[in-house]
Design a protein around this ligand. Structure first.
Ligand SMILES: *Cc1c(COP(=O)(O)O)cnc(C)c1O
Length: 352
């Protein structure tokens, strides 16, 4: 608290990101980073960018990146918005599209940044509970709303909805914006980008942080009707003209263009996830079905907080949320095969 802060700052409840330890001898399975490095083509592009041109501002519209995304997703460049991580794209979306007279709707258990943006931008919201099996039930969402946002697959549960259920929601909900946050879609889901030409109120947000292994570069994007994109551009150009620097633009273009590396690494992660799920089940964990690069698991005889602490003693960090309904679950990001095997060995030791 400080008398120099505005009243608004006093009332904020900031988001708390997962730990980024300063020591390097830990197995880090707590923030859903990709265990494989970025594509070698990204590293080449970044090296090529390190030169005299850094004295110049980057392209404020990041046209090369919008073009690469539009080509890859078979849309037009005016259907694409880019930002400094999808967190920034989300922030502009909350402020520019989801702040309405009626309340915004999102799940009770979901990405914990959503209520933080609502606090920052004074957006009223109503939580819709997940089912007992931790699924989003879009049929529950009332037709009176100022907007709807949910991750698909959801975080931190990992469960995915089929596109048909999203289409059903869009068929009955045409008067407010529906945002699908697809941070994990490349690990086994079907993208709602396929629906943007049919529904002008649909905005799909993705990130290069997870499936493209570029959490450190900070690039996210949205795809939707040009009218929605235009709204986001107005917010962005009232906030920061250059949210993506020269490295971010070049590296992101190279990542989007390297289809082969992307597909290989996503497949390796999905294979490891399936193996790890079976191994956890053999250790009497209950594991929710995951379409992401993490698993959400609970053990009948052990408290999740205790398991997380004991793993930490063995230099393995996983994520534990103190929130109601999920306080007995741990979220484990999928690492390399070696990291997953080290986790299984440590759990076997703890449990027996
Ligand atoms: C990781 C994550 C993001 C944020 O991604 P950045 O692009 O790194 O900001 C957004 N939404 C969900 C659900 C996430 O898990």
């Amino acid at each position: 608290m400080s008398r120099f802060w505005s009243a608004k700052v006093h009332e904020l409840t900031p988001y708390v990101p997962g730990e980024q330890p300063k020591v390097s001898n830990l197995i880090k399975l707590n923030t859903n980073e990709n265990p494989y490095g970025p594509s070698p083509k990204v590293l080449e592009a970044l090296k090529a960018e390190a030169g005299d041109t850094l004295r110049l501002y980057p392209d404020p519209n990041a046209d090369n990146l919008k073009q690469a995304l539009a080509t890859y997703y078979k849309v037009t460049t005016n259907q694409v918005f880019v930002g400094n991580g999808s967190d920034e794209v989300l922030a502009h979306t909350f402020q520019g599209l989801l702040k309405q007279d009626k309340p915004l709707m999102f799940p009770d258990i979901t990405y914990s940044f959503y209520p933080v943006y609502c606090g920052l931008y004074d957006i009223e919201y109503v939580n819709q509970p997940l089912t007992d099996s931790f699924e989003i039930d879009l049929n529950q969402y009332p037709s009176e709303n100022g907007g709807i946002i949910f991750p698909n697959p959801n975080a931190p549960t990992g469960r995915v909805l089929p596109l048909s259920e999203i289409r059903t929601l869009l068929e009955r909900n045409s008067d407010s914006v529906v945002v699908v946050d697809e941070a994990y879609i490349d690990f086994g889901g079907e993208s709602a980008i396929a629906l943007v030409n049919d529904y002008p109120n649909l905005l799909v947000i993705q990130t290069l942080s997870k499936s493209r292994s570029l959490a450190g570069l900070r690039v996210g994007f949205a795809v939707g009707n040009p009218e929605l994109i235009d709204g986001l551009e107005r917010v962005k150009n009232s906030f920061n003209s250059y949210p993506l620097d020269r490295f971010a633009i070049s590296g992101a273009v190279a990542a989007i263009e390297d289809h082969v590396y992307f597909e290989q690494t996503c497949k390796a992660i999905m294979d490891s996830r399936n193996t790890l799920t079976e191994q956890l089940q053999a250790l009497q964990f209950e594991v929710l079905p995951s379409a992401t690069n993490f698993v959400f698991a609970t053990h009948a005889e052990w408290e999740a907080s205790e398991l997380a602490a004991k793993l930490r003693e063995r230099s393995i960090i996983v994520r534990h949320f103190k929130q109601e309904r999920i306080q007995n679950y741990i979220r484990i990001s999928i690492g390399t095969n070696d990291e997953c095997q080290a986790l299984v060995a440590a759990l076997r030791e703890i449990l027996t």
